[in-house]
Design a protein around this ligand. Structure first.
Ligand code: SF4
Length: 147
């Protein structure tokens, strides 16, 4: 079973009220067992909402509001949902396909907290959690070998 960012499958959960639909991810999801997650929606944040970026060990939205607790909780709850779904299906979590650069879903490179489209090394909160559990992550920018 795979964990997939909801916005990559066309759900309008992105901060601007839109999505990041990615055709190869949609095709992959149609052919593979998966669970769809959006940590920020899970945390109760609305769409649209101000964009947020990680700065140091905290995350702030563009208005300066500290959303760290929401992001931590949303990521944790998404991981728990994924674990529960895998257990219920009698499957293991084989990997994750997450949206690049996001303060929740981004892997290896994320926005740097200056809201200037600049990137820095780091992971979003969900990606950190999945890495802690040794889940292999790719982003929509990479492509997975189809079975
Ligand atoms: S990048 Fe992650 S947190 Fe942001 S909208 Fe997509 S699924 Fe939700």
């Amino acid at each position: 079973m795979y964990v997939i960012s909801a916005c990559l499958l066309g759900e309008n959960c992105k901060y601007n009220g839109g999505n990041n639909r990615c055709q190869w991810v949609v095709d992959f999801a149609a052919a593979h067992s998966h669970v769809t997650v959006c940590p920020e929606t899970q945390a109760g944040l609305p769409a649209p909402r101000p964009p947020a970026e990680i700065l140091g060990e905290r995350v702030f939205d563009e208005t300066g509001k500290d959303l760290t607790a929401d992001f931590v909780r949303g990521a944790r709850e998404c991981w728990q949902l994924a674990e529960q779904a895998a257990k219920k299906r009698g499957e293991s979590i084989e990997g994750a396909i997450l949206k690049s650069k996001s303060p929740s879903c981004g892997k290896d490179r994320i926005y740097d907290g200056t809201f200037s489209q600049s990137l820095t090394d780091g992971d979003g909160y969900l990606a950190r959690l999945l890495k802690e559990h040794q889940i292999h992550i790719i982003t929509e920018k990479e492509n997975i070998e189809h079975d």
